[in-house]
Design a protein around this ligand. Structure first.
Ligand code: FPP
Length: 255
């Protein structure tokens, strides 16, 4: 069955090898719902956009920390398909921050051997953003260090529906038998097919929801919720999550 890693595989990179810095209980793939930027700003009587800017600093910190700890894949939920419902000014600020982040950090990430992957719909994004996302993926494609997966304009249900549409079209064209559609085949039809399932899913800010993030891929993820607001998420907060993960017993439905 696809997508059920053994404990032995934890911390293995895309080539299956453990990355430098990874210990026995280091998760191979950590995914984060970065929540609480707005509340962080409001607590300081600042506009919400100030929270997102501080959130970008936390992104930089966690990428460095994840890399240093030998994590192979780090997925960050940066903009959801539902975030379009926010006021236009905030949407525009979030788009601007992504552009700023790629323009200012791409060269350094590339030097750090970070491979960037983007999941989420390209449709609906400005051409300039699509070009930057393509550039980031293209430049870092052959890198062998941490894979930073940016979930941008991402919605899990939409991605599963797109995979189902693709398989249905294959059936309609006579290239696929309905009985041949397995969990493995559906998983392979997702854009994240080459990325292992997350081992640890963290959500900050005290909320305990999955909010349409990696629904298929998180079937066996360990969940970790922390009250820390995203702009305050630092190395110590990551270490706490990693140590909670190391203490979990994963059974993948077995005994
Ligand atoms: C949730 O906080 C956070 C977001 C909707 C966006 C996350 C974006 C960043 C961390 C900025 C930069 C990212 C990159 C990759 C450059 P919220 O606004 O929902 O907080 P609230 O629940 O307190 O209102």
């Amino acid at each position: 069955m696809q997508g059920v890693p053994s404990k032995r595989d934890d911390a293995a990179g895309k080539d299956g090898a453990r990355r430098p810095g990874a210990g026995e209980g280091t998760p191979r793939h950590v995914a984060i719902i970065m929540d609480g930027n707005g509340r962080w700003a409001t607590k300081r009587s600042l506009p919400r956009v100030a929270g997102h800017r501080a959130g970008m600093e936390a992104v930089r910190r966690v990428v460095r920390a994840a890399d240093a700890r030998g994590i192979s894949f780090l997925t960050l939920f940066s903009f959801s398909t539902e975030n379009w419902a926010r006021p236009a000014e905030e949407v525009s600020e979030l788009m601007g921050l992504l552009k700023f982040f790629i323009r200012s950090d791409l060269a350094a990430l590339h030097r750090q051997n970070v491979r960037i992957r983007v999941i989420g719909a390209r449709e609906g994004l400005a051409r300039e953003i699509v070009a930057l996302l393509d550039e980031a993926e293209g430049l870092t494609r052959a890198n062998t260090g941490l894979t930073l997966v940016i979930a941008f304009n991402y919605g899990a249900r939409a991605e599963i529906a797109a995979a189902a549409r693709h398989l249905a079209a294959e059936v309609a064209a006579g290239r696929l038998a309905p009985e041949a559609i397995t969990e493995g085949l559906l998983g392979e039809a997702l854009p994240s097919a080459d990325i292992p399932d997350p081992d640890l899913l963290i959500r900050t800010s005290g909320e305990q929801r999955i909010s349409n993030f990696l629904l298929w891929q998180s079937a066996y993820a360990e969940f970790y919720f922390t009250p820390v607001l995203w702009p305050e998420f630092d190395d110590a907060a990551l270490d706490e999550a990693l140590s909670a993960f190391a203490g979990r017993k994963r059974r993948f439905g077995g005994l």
